[in-house]
Design a protein around this ligand. Structure first.
Ligand code: FAD
Length: 623
């Protein structure tokens, strides 16, 4: 049935698998996507939303690299918000509320429209290996399919165990069976595995809710979008979300179920996401808080199903139901599905190289939740990187690695493989030391050329980015070179309570003042003409504003990143043995031997490796 040898076989069509398959196929590799249920491609297992703080930046990066997550998010969005708009641009984070069904449908359509990509529905039960390298997969029905590389993206399915109150049963997600066989085989091959858990709230019937008692949360008045391409458009119509709160009464009702909670009676032992706790965890840990926010989020344009964000729980269904009925606006609530928790196997990501290829088995890549991460965006970006690198390896080309000052994706991968993770890893802006450089507005500047060189970004995309860059930079130059006299500037400055000028000065300098906006600058003679003559669009104007206002911060971070590159340039030989470096701490030697960092810079980021260990290492590297 499968006589040909695929270049890349991707196991699992979640967010990681879908991006991996698209990238490999778009790079010309003959690719097969094998998944347990083709109806559930890119299923949103939890909240119907993409982006958010730091995650929105990742979606923009995926888009700039030629991935599909941004395009699909745009076409299935029901609401758009730019979060943190009151803070500096490094913190601006796009987020959409998604139509869950449309999201999965649009992903499937895009994948079906991708050349070089075949599909097959079955559970993969094992790998075929030859001399330390993977050469294919085995399915649960005994089919053998040959491939030069395999990307595993099993998500929450590996020996998945679902918990609701005191009941538990095997499953990879509600209504879907767990995946068995792979963990056991990988352990036999020498891999280390662990167990994590996550949870999800109940979904309810929107027709049973009283929205008049809740606070409306509309989308942005001027919505933007994720993709840099013109192929998608900002939303014209949006759906609102709503906000309500729990209360002491709700908390008391929830506590009635604590003795049957798998979280508290010891049935769930594994670690869950600390920043995304269940409602029972919240009322237990923050006992002094008498209420918690709940966001009531529609699941799509045409469905009445509603997601109760903030009420993730694995308490018994009757307890969930009774407690939710005491929430304001939920007095007559009807359930569609109860909340639940799930435990699953993961593989500590320190077993991977920067390419996401495993150190133990050549040609085998891991991406997504299998690496101990959580979140669609984290998964999708790893899938993209694994798919790209698997394709490059088969094509015998140099691997593709993003540095920490180039992309959040670079930070994510480097954190995972260097530090590992003991709890579900999600991205935060605080994880990136160069977040002023890694903004959502400039992911195209940072990554489009790279993507074009890989064969992913089209020439059209590249030209669009170059035009934006050239035009916004020429406007910055114009503002640097053009002066304005007090006669024109002072009325504007006075209206903004900004100190008046005594003599002519460059517009750039005036624009750098904190409360002076692009609209103010447009009142100076010649500026509007320059904008019109050069056909500068809104995106270019925004880019110019950021380049002027944050020039100091941006330059400082660029200098710091350059310093890092000096350490990044000092390579450590492969399989370097640290055991005999007695002047290094025992812990450092042990960690360095295990992780085998590629550069001195990577070594310095390993927990337990101190600056003095690095000084010793530098001497060994001849510095
Ligand atoms: P998944 O989306 O899980 O996809 C895995 C895919 O692999 C599926 O298509 C599956 O069918 C397929 N597959 C698995 N094994 C095999 C096999 N052997 N053979 C063939 N196909 C296989 N994230 C958050 O950020 N916040 C949350 O609050 C949150 N809560 C969650 C709650 C629950 C109950 C669940 C299930 C997930 C939750 N997540 C949450 C996580 C989020 O859904 C994942 O991070 C994301 O979907 C991971 O993407 P992935 O591609 O790695 O895996």
């Amino acid at each position: 049935m499968f006589s040909e040898v695929y270049d890349v076989i991707v196991v699992g069509a979640g967010h990681a698998g879908s991006e991996a398959a698209a990238a490999a196929a778009n790079m010309g590799s003959k690719t097969l996507l094998v998944t347990m249920n083709l109806q559930n491609i890119a299923q949103m297992s939890c909240n119907p939303a993409m982006g958010g703080i730091a995650k929105g930046q990742i979606v923009r990066e995926i888009d700039a690299l030629g991935g599909y997550s941004g395009l699909v998010s745009d076409t299935s969005a029901i609401q758009f918000k730019m979060l943190n708009k009151s803070k500096g641009p490094a913190m601006w984070s796009p987020r959409v509320q998604s139509d869950r069904m449309m999201f999965a449908e649009h992903w499937r359509l895009r994948l079906e429209g991708t050349p070089n990509l075949d599909f097959y529905q079955e559970m993969v039960a094992g790998l075929i290996l030859e001399g330390g390298a993977v050469v294919g997969i085995k399915t649960s029905l005994g089919l053998k399919i040959k491939g030069k590389s395999v990307v595993l993206t099993n998500g929450t399915f590996l020996n998945g165990l679902i918990h609701i109150g005191d009941k538990n049963f095997g499953g990879g997600r509600s209504g879907e069976r767990a995946s068995t066989g792979i963990t056991e085989e990988l352990i036999q091959l020498g891999f280390e595995s662990g167990r994590m858990k996550t949870g999800t709230p109940p979904r309810v019937d929107g027709r049973s809710l009283d929205y008049s008692k809740m606070v409306e949360q509309p989308g942005d008045e001027k919505p933007s979008k994720f993709s840099y391409l013109d192929e998608t458009k900002p939303l014209v119509k949006q759906r609102s979300c709503y906000m309500t709160y729990t209360s002491p009464e709700v908390h008391e009702l929830l506590k009635e179920g604590f003795d049957r909670s798998p979280m508290f009676n010891g049935r769930i032992q594994s670690v869950g996401p600390r920043y995304c706790p269940s409602i029972e965890d919240k009322i237990n840990r923050f006992a002094d808080k008498d209420r918690h926010q709940l966001f009531v989020e529609p699941e799509g344009w045409n469905t009445c199903e509603v997601y109760v964000n903030g009420f993730s729980t694995s308490l018994p269904e009757d307890v969930q139901f009774k407690a939710l009925r005491s929430v304001v606006g939920f007095e007559k609530v009807k359930f569609f599905r109860p909340g639940y928790a799930i435990e699953y196997d993961y593989f500590p990501p320190t077993q991977l190289k920067h390419t996401l290829e495993t150190k133990l088995v050549e040609g085998l890549y891991f991406a997504g939740q299998i690496n101990g991460t959580t979140g669609y965006e984290e998964a999708a970006s790893q899938g993209l990187m694994a798919g790209i690198n698997a394709a490059l390896k088969v094509q015998e080309k140099e691997s593709f690695i993003l540095k920490r000052d180039e992309a959040y994706i670079g930070v994510l991968v480097d954190d995972l493989i260097t530090k590992g993770t003991e709890e579900p890893y999600r991205m935060f802006t605080s994880r990136a030391e160069y977040r002023t450089l890694l903004r959502q507005d400039n992911a195209d500047f940072r990554l489009t050329q790279k993507s074009f060189d890989l064969g992913l970004a089209s020439e059209k995309r590249l030209h669009k980015m170059e035009e934006k860059k050239e035009k916004s930079l020429s406007f910055v130059d114009y503002l640097h070179d053009t002066s304005v006299t007090p006669e024109f500037s002072n009325p504007v400055l006075e209206a903004k309570d900004s100190a008046p000028m005594k003599q002519s000065d460059k517009i750039f300098k005036i624009f750098s003042r904190p409360n002076i906006t692009m609209e103010d600058v447009m009142e100076f003679p010649g500026v509007n003409e320059f904008i019109a003559d050069n056909e500068l669009n809104e995106e270019m104007l925004e880019q110019t504003e950021i380049q002027v206002k944050y020039a100091g911060y941006i330059n400082k971070e660029k200098n710091n990143a350059d310093k890092l590159h000096r350490l990044e340039d000092i390579k450590i030989p492969q399989n370097f043995d640290y055991s005999n470096i007695k002047s290094m701490s025992y812990e450092a030697r042990e960690k360095l031997n295990k992780i085998q960092p590629v550069t001195v810079s990577q070594a310095s980021r390993i927990s337990g490796v101190s600056p003095s260990d690095i000084s010793v290492l530098l001497v060994y590297m001849g510095r």
